[in-house]
Design a protein around this ligand. Sequence first.
Ligand code: WTA
Length: 701
Amino acid sequence: MASKVKPQEQTEVSEAQIAVHWKEEGFYPPSEKFKPQANMRDPHILEKFGLDKFPDCFREYADMLTWFEPYRTVLDTSDAPFWKWFVGGKINASYNCVDRHLAKYGSKAAFIFVPEPEGEPDVVINYQELHTRVNEVAALLRGLGLKAGDRVTFHMPMVPELPITMLACARLGIIHSQVFGGFSGQACGSRIQDSGSRVLITMDSYWRNGTLVDHKANADIAVRTAKELGQDVDRVLVWQRYPGKYSAKTPMVPGRDSFVNDLLKDYKGMKVEPVALPSEGPLFLMYSSGTTGKPKGAQHSIAGYLAYVTATSRWILDIHPEDVYWCMADIGWITGHSYIVYGPLANAGTSVLYEGVPTFPDAGRPWRIAERLGVNIFHTAPTAIRMLRKLGPQEPRKYKYQFKSMTTVGEPIEPEAWRWYYDEVGKREAVITDTWWLTETGGFLCTTVPAIHPMKPGSCGPGAPGIHPVIYDETGAEIPRGSGKAGNICIRNPWPGIMQTIWGDRDRYVKTYYAKYNRNPKSKDWRDWPFMCGDGAVQAADGYYRILGRIDDVINVAGHRLGTKELESACLTVPEVAEAAVVPVQDELKGRVPEVYIAVKPGVPAGQDMIDRVVKAIEEVIGKIARPKRVYIVPDMPKTRSGKIMRRVLAAISNRRDVGDVTTLANPDVVEQIRTLVQGKDVVATQEELPEDIAKFGEVE
Ligand code: WTA
């Protein structure tokens, strides 16, 4: 096969094909109780979505939506690789998630909000109430002059006002860009600037681990940061955690800041017709970390995205309108957008929103909530599973809930954690789907179809219906299943949920996801454009994929992608820091955590104060989620002769592994100095192989 790989990379074949040593796990069949009630029971479903039926097979997904005008073309590839799905159609996501359910499910709960303080009552919002609230907020946004195509940034916590405001935007075609509430004001500001938003919507405060956080403070920092970067924000709309009462200390800025609840008084009971928007209009932006420091806004479409998350919520999560579904992710991440808000609501589901941390006030909290609300579908990440297992291994037994299906997402799950999830949380009755996908992909890429495929701990399974994965080595040759070799997992074909582009940066979109394996940059044939996901993977003889982690320099901390370059530039905001390098370290609970190496400028004392300031800088620029496990001040960074920092060497040291041959470095002596600093005088390094993502960390630059 022809491929576009530079000749010098050809020699790396053997290195790229690192053998993967792992024990084959056994299969677990879905329970007999689950199978007959499942939405998708056709054993031939994957064949029905075979490549020979592509792209027409995806008509079935579009048929799950209600259209104002039918589409004409299933997939338009004329501007490859900028795919256009269901072209010619007119549609509205808010209508599909709310209005169309009113007749049948008006009095059924759409959201159940569970506040973190256990004494506070749940807030149940049925579809009728949701309709009223979405319309009022849409009327307010329209009243502010906002219209289809405008961007609005949100920096909201996990409260019902977040999906309400999302759906209000979708009603008008306003592109929402929600920044994870735990990100810092600065991180929010840089995303405001990139998206060109003139309006920021936030909330005064929210509960997190027993504290009522002053969140409004972040809005002021965000607006200031955006202004410094050249983007003015005219309006800051502040929701109140307790309506009618201001729960933050930070003052409101006259002329700029308003309480949403005050403004809404003028829009009471108002209705806004959902706008008939083109299929390929953008629905939202979701910023994600890449290999450079600049955040990239994954732009998702209205129709393709909504069709994809609707179908996968129905077939994979197995949501029926009668179910009570709870995904513990945060709406600030893609999982929350796709599988708390859009997918479940398009299916008339009942979606639980929990404000706080799962272990507050104790590790029994999720199971108490599940019992009280009758949750029967549960969705979370390995990091939460490990935490709940560590703090309360027996807790699930104390509560009388029963899940029928469960999902894990965000990072690879160790078979041991998987088995606890299956045995204790699922009580050996619930099926588990291990769903592998990315912000960029809108919805699931690999997963089992739960009533059809047996589960295998640690493996996500085959491609989802209509998704055709392939693993390539560095030269573009396919790595066959069962070979035990790992490579770069790609998807052969586009699918409706795929991002449209990186907001404002077409070149970066092509370069990041396609350049490596594209066969002809001029081609309009989708077969020439496999989508590179950025993960290492191996395919077993049975066809199931096992994901090994990121192959770029992105660190997946507790299921959240953090860009190494972003972390490093945060360190460099401390003026005394000359150089910074960030590496991933294995962590029992969070999967990976960052460790930071810094070199200070000449004459600067290397003390604890320096370390504290670096940690603070990271928290301010990115957020507490990125807090490093350790910060080391080193005399110099290990470098190649061309001056490139060898992060791989630092990663080996941090992970207590042998550093290998460093004689080709410009400064090999410094490696031993750093090793002693980190590991102590005695050799503690083992020869044990590093996980693939760490072993190859920083190779792609
Ligand atoms: C990782 C989250 C193993 C992977 C939806 C991917 C996983 C990155 C899984 C995307 C899984 C996600 N098994 N690894 N089931 N799910 N990942 O953009 O490395 O926040 O590239 O999207 O998470 O993270 P993102």
